[in-house]
Design a protein around this ligand. Structure first.
Ligand code: UD1
Length: 418
């Protein structure tokens, strides 16, 4: 059982908030430290539970990891273990991102597969097919993904879907393969660019990161580097939507507005005034938001990770919104929780249809994943009464000092420890 949050609705959010590095980047940057011998330094790390979990994964593989403030130092030995099958691996879905670096560095890997995820199935076919194209034998054996190769050779790889995780694993294996690898239909997320930047500083030869075609010239060895994690656009987007639902005025620093172009554009359509700043953006929602439609897509489309925030906005917007989920099929479980809070919502397959209400009504609700948890808190901010959000351990995995940041903006929220 996790702690609970008590959220009292009604406050409009005002003020300024700073966002740390992206969860979805830092975990991959940490995994990339497996590719070098020596000490890699990563700064702007967010204070979230997933970072020490990833540190445990790397420690289990033979690295020494020191975490202090927002910096993580990872010292990777000459001889690594290639078997990741210990408790931290099972607790961290993202630990599958050690697969590519282990294949690149050790030419073999055995990584335990985490259990099912509440946001939908997360198969590894594209990860495995990509590594197969590089010359590895890949299989699933006794709950582990197993890879083996004499050597990796560059190849032309076309992904069926621009999967973030598959692009990252293939990229991290290909940097140490012999010859040239081309990944077509690659994911274009800012976190891919961040990873490619760090790998480039380590001596990798990569071009095209951030576009649909990434080209990698394999090198014999990489060297350690120091890198600053890109700002977390999902956390920044969460604060933007929190400002919008509460009709507040918030300045967000530490995230590039360009990385949130689609979510901020929707807010403008909904009636917000958005101003781009050198190190972030500000958002002012002077009146009740107008309903807009949302369609989640791989970057640069509207991110699936902000879909619960879009649903919270639609629940209180003036008019009718249609929300289409194209990335993770089970994400609409969150709608049932919103309905418990009085939202006028229906789902049908990939679509959710909502008629906005001026206010929601507080209820006990349960987080099913990181982003749904944050979405429920946003809904609680515009609900009459006190909303009890359960299972907030999910939120702790992705949002550093969540309660403190919201309180500094004027929200009425407290944590109740169990
Ligand atoms: C990452 C993010 C997650 C975000 C998602 C999409 C991390 C730790 N997580 O997850 O927060 O929501 O990107 O932006 O960075 N798929 C397959 N076969 C594969 C791989 C993926 O069918 O081999 C499918 C998945 O089931 C899903 C879709 O592709 O439907 C997208 O998944 P992917 O982009 O790989 O997401 P993750 O990397 O798991």
């Amino acid at each position: 059982m996790d702690d609970r949050f008590l959220v009292t609705g009604g406050a409009r959010l005002f003020g300024e908030v700073s966002v740390a590095g992206a969860k979805n980047s830092v975990l991959k940057l940490m995994a990339a430290a497996l590719l070098v011998e020596g000490t890699t330094i990563i700064t702007n790390c967010p204070a979230i539970l997933d970072v020490p979990l990833m540190a445990d994964v790397l420690t289990g593989l033979g690295c020494r990891v020191e975490l202090s403030d927002d910096t993580v130092r990872i010292t990777t030995p000459a001889q690594l273990s290639y078997e990741a099958d210990f408790p931290a691996v099972g607790r961290l879905r993202a630990s599958v991102c050690v697969l590519g670096p282990l294949m690149g560095r050790c030419h073999r890997a055995r990584v335990a597969l985490p259990g099912g995820d509440a946001i939908g199935s997360r198969p590894l076919d594209m990860h495995q097919n990509g590594l197969r194209a590089l010359g590895a034998r890949m299989s699933i054996e006794h709950g582990m993904v197993v890879g083996e190769a004499e050597r990796l050779r560059g190849a032309q790889i076309g992904l069926d879907f621009p999967s973030v995780g598959a692009t990252e694993n293939i990229l991290m294996a290909a940097v140490l393969a012999q010859g040239t690898t081309v990944i077509d239909n690659a994911a274009r997320e800012p976190e891919i660019i961040d990873l490619a930047l760090m790998l480039g500083q380590m001596g990798a030869k990569i071009s095209g990161a951030g576009s649909a075609t990434i080209t990698i010239e394999g090198v014999d060895a990489l060297h350690p580097t120091e890198h600053r994690t890109v700002g977390d656009r999902v956390v920044g987007g969460t604060w933007a939507y929190a400002a919008a639902v509460t009709q507040g005025h918030v300045t967000v620093r530490g995230v590039r507005a360009a990385h949130l172009a689609a979510p901020l554009e929707r807010l403008v359509q909904s009636g917000a005034i958005v101003e781009e700043l050198a190190d972030g953006f500000s958002i002012d929602m002077p009146s009740r938001p107008r309903a807009v439609d949302f369609i989640t897509m791989p970057y640069p489309g509207f991110p699936t990770d902000l879909q619960p925030m879009a649903l919270a906005l639609a629940a209180v917007a003036e008019g009718h919104s249609l929300i289409t989920e194209n990335v993770f099929e089970a994400r609409f479980r969150f709608v049932d929780e919103l309905i418990r809070m009085g939202a006028d919502a229906r789902t049908d397959g990939h679509h959710a249809s909502l008629r906005g209400r001026a206010k929601l009504s507080s209820a006990p609700v349960w987080s099913t994943d990181i982003r749904a948890g944050a979405g429920l808190v946003l809904a609680g901010l515009v609900a009459e009464g006190v909303t009890e959000v359960h299972e907030v351990g999910h939120i702790d995995r992705g949002y550093p000092h969540f309660v403190e940041d919201l309180r500094s903006l004027g929200a009425k929220i407290e944590r109740v420890a169990l």
